[in-house]
Write a protein that binds this ligand. Structure first.
Ligand code: ATP
Ligand code: ZN
Length: 746
């Protein structure tokens, strides 16, 4: 069993005054690794504990990276004399971080302009140092009860306890007795502690287990995907295919090929909520569970998984973007499912795009990457066009299922009744679907009851005290809340401005309000609501998915979570409550993203024998987004998008970086933004836009300004930013955050 004991140098010996210098990267925002003295033989990648100030931290032995492009390389500080170096305190008993991961950390740091230690922190944030204390449980001893008073609670514990150790929690659960009762029995000698054998790590997936019979088209594509896996070379392939065409089934063939070679696979999903259904499919195909990786894993499971990945015994990892930083011993394939999803972008801390970094991760491991989508991003399409990525296409739904029939409900011509949000047309379609014993789904990408609360008397709008944002009503919880900072207040009875009584009214719908309307309109429907408010955990999501699959519900109402890659055979109608929702707000990718999201929701309909229907409620039926969805012609739409972005070098035809200035006061934010603007670079092919107040001009009490740096594709933004911001020293709590390849423009 792995342990993380420290091999400490003998404390009686004085630290050596001479020795070898070793660079150690620590998980803190230093510009680069720090130098230490190595009292024991150390190799790059070794995890060590080192003194830092008055405490100790885990770090990783680092070497200078010579593979980074010159303009990425970090400035080298002045060397500390050997005599003044402090010695490394100890070496952790874990595998060294593999070279491909170390290079990846350097790369991400350089690309995102993040101190490399903070990127390392994402790879080592698993409390390796905490000794994995062997878990203890209780077993029944040989001792007889003698004259010990046996209460009913004690009796029930003794009935459950056996020679197989059970944790206090488990024993308590199964006997209904409290921990105190269990401890009492231990004191009396009837129970004793024993080590619980660690659960077997991860099963071995079998490439041949449940191999499906592929259609001719599927088989051809699968073969193309397997090629680079077998030869073990870096190559990116876009796997594009209509919804329900079997993309998952097809890339599973590449997974199988990789397993057959004895290498490891990483599959990234945009959201952990999807991992349950994915895992089920994986088990059916490969007869064993994959290792799952996301931020909700318990500390123990994280440690086990990390080690199993490092040792190579976890063969397939499915996870959120953070799985990119796992120490794969022998990575042979990277898959990014739903590659167009903006959820792959991390917006806090180290701001990186999971899809783009997955490609880098694959390249540094000499492994192929597969990007999967029904509606690929323009970024990926541009890479296909330029020949950097290969392109494989699945054109037909599996098993003869046809694509759903998408039509518009013109809300100007066919409006709902006053105060309601579901049009007569949509309601009729739902009635018909439910009557046939099929399932319908209503999609609205907005949590809560209403996005705005307004005073009927004076027009006052309920706003967040910390952000420039309206408060969203969550009626079930009786609160108004800010979706940006989490500020919460009770819904007041009277207007806080003019004190008119009962004058506050909700404006517009969130899914709570749609649910209320649906309950009245379809009293016999069996409703299920799916949103992050009702599905707190992956387990809750799995349960909801099961209810839908088993037909326990027939009307599903949800936010974007329902749009994901679910496969619900009985679902035949999808109603989009507000198809125009994503189009506002001047975001570069607003139209692209709306098309992708709505097409994905639409793709949930009619995946089995019954034909699906999709109704889009819209006030702008002539918008290119609606045309693309109704005609199912994304190519034309994406070509138009490309033509709009190409001339002025918007991504992917140019490069973009956002500078977000924030400060405790508006004046301080303005001052820093001005200073930055004055120092702006001037050269051919480089343009600076702004400063301008951010759309969220105040966020969590901080005032925000934005600038954009836009360059032609051949000009990297990192060296420009380093030089530009190098001399800017924000003071008084002001700061500037850099977002390379921004996705959000808030
Ligand atoms: N060759 C096959 N044999 C048996 N079942 C298949 C085959 N191909 C696809 N399927 C089944 O068809 C359904 C749809 O396939 P899958 O989910 O892989 O499509 P997809 O393209 O990934 O869909 P989406 O993009 O909508 O998520 C699944 O239930 C899958 O198991
Ligand atoms: Zn707020």
């Amino acid at each position: 069993m792995a342990s993380s004991s420290l091999s400490k140098p003998d404390p009686r010996r004085k630290p050596p005054s001479t020795g070898t210098r070793v660079s150690v990267l620590v998980p803190l925002p230093f510009p680069g690794p720090l130098d230490y003295l190595a009292p024991m033989p150390l190799e790059p990648g070794d995890l060590v504990t080192v003194p830092l100030g008055r405490r100790e931290t885990v770090g990783c032995v680092w070497e200078t990276d010579r593979t980074l492009p010159a303009d990425f390389a970090l400035p080298v500080g002045r060397e500390v004399p050997l005599a003044r170096l402090r010695p490394v305190a100890g070496k952790l008993d874990v595998r060294p971080l593999p070279r491909s991961l170390r290079r990846f950390i350097d790369w991400v740091a350089a690309y995102t302009l993040t101190p490399p230690g903070l990127v390392l922190a994402m790879a080592t944030r698993i409390h390796l140092k905490d000794a994995p204390r062997p878990a203890l449980g209780w077993v029944r001893t040989e001792m007889s009860e003698g004259d010990l008073r046996i209460t009913p609670a004690r009796r029930s514990v003794l009935n459950v306890a056996s020679s197989t150790p059970m944790s206090t929690a488990e024993l308590g659960d199964r006997s209904g007795a409290s921990a105190a009762v269990i401890r009492g029995l231990a004191t009396a000698g009837l129970l004793r502690e024993a080590v619980i054998a660690p659960a077997a790590p991860f099963g071995l997936p079998d490439p041949m287990h449940g191999a499906p019979k592929l259609s001719e088209e599927q088989a051809e594509v699968a073969q193309e995907l397997c090629g680079p896996v077998e030869t073990g070379r870096f190559q990116v392939t876009l796997l594009e295919g209509v919804t329900g065409s079997g993309k998952t089934e097809v890339y599973f063939e590449a997974v199988a090929a990789c397993l057959a070679k004895g290498k490891q696979v990483l599959v990234l999903l945009p959201e952990i909520a999807l991992s349950a259904q994915w895992t089920d499919r994986f088990i059916r195909r490969f007869g064993a569970e994959p290792a799952v990786w996301h931020s909700d894993l318990g500390a123990k499971r994280r440690r086990e998984t990390w080690r199993a990945v490092a040792e190579g015994s976890a063969r397939v990892v499915v996870g959120a973007r953070s799985a990119l930083f796992l120490p794969f011993a022998d990575l042979g394939l990277v898959v990014v499912d739903e590659e167009h999803e903006s959820a792959f972008k991390q917006e806090e801390g180290v701001m990186y795009h999971g899809r783009d970094m997955a490609v880098v991760r694959a390249r540094l491991a000499d492994a192929p990457a597969i990007l999967v989508s029904a509606t690929p991003s323009l970024e990926t399409l541009a890479n296909v066009e330029s020949g950097r990525y290969r392109h494989e296409l699945l054109t037909a739904r599996h098993g003869g299922a046809t694509l759903p029939d998408v039509s518009l409900v013109d809300m100007r011509a066919d409006p709902p009744e006053r105060g309601l949000f579901l049009s007569p047309k949509l309601c009729t379609a739902i009635d018909e679907t439910l009557e046939k014993g099929e399932q319908a789904m209503l999609f609205l990408n907005r949590r809560g009851y209403a996005p705005l609360t307004l005073c009927r008397a004076c027009g006052h709008r309920m706003q967040c005290p910390n952000c420039s944002a309206w408060l969203v009503e969550h009626r079930a919880r009786g609160i108004l809340t800010c979706h940006h900072c989490g500020h919460t207040e009770r819904i007041p009875k009277d207007c806080p401005e003019c004190h008119a009584e009962n004058s506050l009214v909700p404006i517009g719908p969130g899914i709570e309000r749609i649910t209320e309307e649906a309950k009245l309109r379809f009293p016999d429907a069996k409703l299920l609501v799916m949103s992050s408010d009702t599905l707190g955990s992956p387990a809750a999501t799995a349960e909801a998915v099961r209810k839908i699959s088993d037909g326990e519900v027939n009307l599903i109402i949800g936010t974007q979570i329902v749009a994901k890659g679910w496969h619900f055979p009985k679902l035949t109608l999808v109603g989009v409550v507000d198809a125009d929702l994503g189009l506002g707000g001047g975001d570069l990718r607003a139209a692209e993203r709306t098309v992708q999201l709505l097409h994905q929701v639409a793709g949930r309909a009619g995946r089995a024998e019954h034909r699906g229907r999709v109704l889009l409620q819209s006030y702008v039926g002539e918008h290119p987004v609606m045309t693309a969805l109704v005609s199912n012609d994304f190519q034309t739409f994406m070509e138009q998008e490309a033509e709009q972005r190409r001339p002025s070098f918007w991504p992917p035809y140019g490069r973009l970086a956002a500078l977000i200035v924030s400060a405790p006061s508006a004046d301080a934010a303005d001052a820093l933004a001005r200073e930055i603007a004055l120092a702006a670079p001037e050269r051919e092919g480089v343009q600076v836009l702004g400063p301008a107040p951010a759309p969220l001009a105040v966020l969590r009490g901080r005032h925000r300004r934005r600038l954009l740096l836009r360059t032609m594709r051949g000009i990297a933004v990192q060296p420009i930013l380093r030089q530009w911001l190098g001399d800017i020293k924000p003071t008084g709590g002001a700061k500037v955050d850099i977002d390379i390849d921004p996705i959000s423009f808030l």
